[in-house]
Design a protein around this ligand. Structure first.
Ligand SMILES: Nc1ncnc2c1ncn2[C@@H]1O[C@H](COP(=O)(O)OP(=O)(O)OP(=O)(O)O)[C@@H](O)[C@H]1O
Ligand SMILES: O=P(O)(O)OC[C@H]1O[C@H](OP(=O)(O)OP(=O)(O)O)[C@H](O)[C@@H]1O
Ligand SMILES: [Mg+2]
Length: 285
């Protein structure tokens, strides 16, 4: 049987979370990353460990069928490549930044500026849409140093916490795009391997849904049940079971973590007690 060939970053920010996603989806990968290639023993999948920046070309050439890659790299080098799924990790933005002392009020202030970046296409396209031309200096790493050594007036790079900008005395002035890890697909994937990809996507979706949801249980006085049920819609509707003590029920439901924190005060105000929150491993709709 054919195997789905999936590229994963060899080392760097995407590596561990990519393998964790396979693990959580029940796919075991046999060899360590010292090998260029590793196979799964329980799913028709082979992992190729590659540089993130090289992956768009491997997808285009059909050397791999799919990949876990930063969305920002697809925007920069792979506009022709399909994004099948957002994966919810390695969230960051690609931004323009200038020295803190530079007066900046609008993008026109960058007309004619020297901009250092590892993402020339992203910057060019963004500035072209705004009618700005600039002088791009392409560098591969430590872009944030460029203004301090007199190489550039501005930079475009990845920002997450903002601490690298802060340390280099820079301020973020334009967010060009928001990025996270994505599952990308080769334009030339065969039908047989597309079928395996569908199975992989089904598993990934179940894992991602579960990651963002919680199973919650609580005791509620019967007089307040209707009000509490309104706060907690659940997958279909909450489960309500009578407690041994009369006048009380146990209510179980599934809720997004975000929604849980939004309604917690209202749950308590409605007399909910003994609220338990448990992680969910898989969630199949
Ligand atoms: N500080 C950050 N916070 C969150 N995500 C990030 C951060 N920096 C980079 N990323 C995301 O992780 C991806 C990989 O970044 P990393 O620095 O590990 O590799 P790289 O140098 O871009 O790639 P290569 O594998 O080609 O060396 C980036 O493309 C981006 O999507
Ligand atoms: O806003 P922050 O949280 O500070 O993150 C942003 C920094 O993270 C990335 O670098 P990385 O640490 O991946 O090093 P690299 O330049 O060697 O890829 C990116 O290139 C920025 O420099
Ligand atoms: Mg990096």
């Amino acid at each position: 049987m054919k195997k789905l060939r999936v590229a994963v970053q060899k080392s760097g920010r995407l590596h561990d979370d990519s393998l964790k996603l396979f693990h959580d989806a029940g796919i075991s990968i046999d060899n360590g990353k010292e090998q260029l290639k590793a196979a799964s023993g329980n799913f028709p999948l082979e992992v190729f460990y590659l540089r993130n920046g090289d992956i768009p070309q491997y997808l285009r050439d059909g050397v791999v069928d799919a990949a876990i890659i930063g969305e920002n790299v697809l925007v920069e080098k792979g506009e022709d490549i399909t994004m099948a799924e957002k994966l919810g990790f390695s969230k960051c933005r690609v931004s323009l930044a200038v020295p803190k002392a530079t007066k900046y009020s609008e993008i026109k202030d960058l007309q004619g500026a020297r901009i250092a970046t590892s993402y020339p296409n992203t910057v060019k396209n963004y500035l072209a849409k705004k009618g700005i031309t600039a002088d791009l200096h392409i560098i591969n790493g430590s872009v944030e140093i460029a203004p301090n050594i007199g190489l550039a007036d501005a930079i475009c790079d990845i920002v997450s916490s903002g601490s690298t900008l802060f340390k280099n005395n820079l301020k973020e002035v334009e967010v060009m795009l928001k990025s996270e890890a994505v599952l990308a697909v080769s334009p030339g994937i065969s039908e047989e391997r597309s079928e395996i990809l569908k199975k992989l996507q089904f598993r990934i979706k179940s894992v991602l849904r579960a990651r963002s949801s919680k199973y919650i249980l609580m005791n509620v006085p019967n007089s307040k049940l209707d009000a509490v049920v309104k706060l907690l819609p659940g997958m279909r509707s909450p489960t309500v079971l009578p407690l041994a003590e009369e006048g009380w029920s146990s209510l179980h439901t599934v809720i997004s973590e975000e929604r849980f924190w939004e309604v917690i005060d209202e749950l308590k105000a409605n007399g909910a007690e003994g609220i338990l929150v448990a992680p969910i491993e898989k969630m199949v709709l």
